[in-house]
Design a protein around this ligand. Structure first.
Ligand code: MN
Ligand code: MN
Length: 454
């Protein structure tokens, strides 16, 4: 029994070395040159391959109930896609504003995920208000080990939190070492700009971006971080999309001791021209914050390279074009916001980032595995290759070439936002706690054995 990954180059955030990896049961127990496998061991030959710790996506919406439309995602499809792309742990957001309180949100997500997830998963708890019920229930999750809550400044009246409650959440969090994650966009400004554009007959998807310009995001970052600095809370800004937001956050570094920034694959490899495609096709790339300029991409890559951006996620939240994105024909504010990407993240970041010369392999592992684990309390069990860590591993073939496409994606949406992009590299073998889940692009694991990490 046991699993040996032999002859590969082991890559962690700390460096690269030729080594074999021996896994006994669910854990890695040895990392050393030339480990001799005992009889009966499963041996994976990894000569010429890279061996990564299982990647972690800190920001997916595996399940997300909405009022008017159903996100085309559930725990089965999201975690299957994650594994096929080399991601062995996803972090979702329990609570969407439709649940009255944290207990209801937790129960709803538990019902969705239990027995349906194929990889391990963790939750951030979404809060839309902060009253005595919220406080009491939240206290119990913190006692169980909850590390993070999420709030929205955008999306009034469903999700956005008032400044009064924002202060209360941050004060609560600061006293309990809880990280507060925030979607930073000014809700009032977005609403005003949307109404102005619609009134001028500007109704197509290409106007989504102009309704949420970078300054709207920078204002959100400024307000959130001002409150965080005033309370001493740890702050995590989700999906930083623009140079303006990044610069604003940089201005707070000496005032907030623990400030974390996250960006998404789509802001690095796609730009606003996608949403400007004619005949409503641009709706396929309507998401918030919107896709930006090429110059924003360059700023984000530079910050990912030098460590000012800590994590790389996807905001995986896919919809069909037909019947779903189309709900916003004639009114871009009614286009469901979001795209998929949990399957494509690692290949896109490897191709555009590592092969493209923008970040090192180590930085890729840091942003897409080690840092999410460290920030959210999963390290060193997740996010590295070392004795004692879970045997979540990716044997990566750097020589593979593929073209991303709806035809080959695993999720059932009717388009792929990265259609036609050629990528380098592919996960040849993916393991979760020592079990082989993916081999040569096929899901081969036993389904539904993913665990909630809390
Ligand atoms: Mn968001
Ligand atoms: Mn999100």
């Amino acid at each position: 029994m046991g699993l040996l990954i032999r002859g590969g180059e082991v890559v962690t955030a700390a460096g690269r070395r030729a080594a074999d990896v021996w896994c006994a049961g669910e854990s890695i127990t040895r990392v050393a040159p030339e480990i001799a496998p005992p009889p009966g061991a499963t041996v994976i030959e990894a000569a010429g391959k890279l061996v990564f710790p299982g990647f972690i996506d800190p920001h997916v919406h595996a399940y997300m109930p909405l009022k008017n439309v159903t996100v085309k995602s559930d725990y089965d499809s999201c975690t299957r896609a994650a594994l096929l792309g080399g991601t062995t742990c996803v972090m979702d957001f329990a609570g969407s504003g439709l649940e009255p309180d944290p207990d209801a949100a937790w129960a709803a997500w538990d019902q969705q995920a239990a027995g349906q997830a194929h990889c391990d998963y963790a939750w951030h708890l979404t809060l839309t208000r902060f009253d005595e019920t919220t406080r009491r229930q939240l206290e119990a999750y913190v006692a169980r080990g909850l590390r993070s809550v999420k709030i929205y400044l955008a999306y009034k009246p469903t999700l956005a939190m008032s400044d009064t409650d924002l202060y209360r959440v941050l004060e609560f969090a600061a006293a309990r070492d809880l990280i507060v994650m925030a979607h930073c966009e000014n809700a009032e400004l977005v609403s005003a700009l949307q109404q102005k554009l619609l009134a001028a007959g500007r109704t197509g998807p290409e106007w989504h971006g102009p309704s949420r310009p970078p300054l709207v995001e920078a204002e959100g970052v400024c307000r959130f971080l001002t409150f965080a600095a005033a309370t001493g809370a740890k702050a995590y800004i989700v999906h930083v999309s623009s140079a303006a937001a990044l610069t604003m956050a940089d201005g707070f570094r000496d005032r907030i001791s623990e400030l974390f920034l996250e960006t998404m694959t789509h802001y690095l490899v796609l730009d606003k021209t996608c949403a400007e495609r004619p005949n409503f096709e641009g709706a396929k790339w309507v998401l918030s914050p919107p896709l930006r300029e090429k110059s924003d991409q360059a700023a984000l890559w530079a910050a990912l390279a030098d460590g000012r951006i800590d994590t790389l996620g996807t905001d995986h939240c896919p919809f069909d074009f037909k019947g779903q994105k189309e709900l916003g024909r004639g009114d871009f504010t009614k286009i469901p916001n979001g795209i998929g990407g949990v399957e494509e993240r690692v290949a896109l970041a490897y191709t555009a980032g590592v092969v493209g010369g923008k970040i090192s392999l180590e930085r890729l592992v840091a942003a897409a595995a080690e840092n999410p684990a460290k920030i959210f309390g999963l390290w060193p069990r997740k996010g590295t290759i070392a004795p004692g860590a879970d045997a979540d591993l990716v044997v990566w073939d750097p020589a593979a070439r593929r073209t991303l496409s709806r035809q080959t994606q695993s999720i059932a949406t009717d388009y792929n936002p990265y259609e036609g992009i050629d990528v380098h590299g592919a996960p040849e073998v993916v393991t979760v706690r020592g079990e082989i889940m993916v081999r040569h692009g096929q899901f081969v694991g036993s389904p539904g054995k993913g665990r909630l990490l809390l």
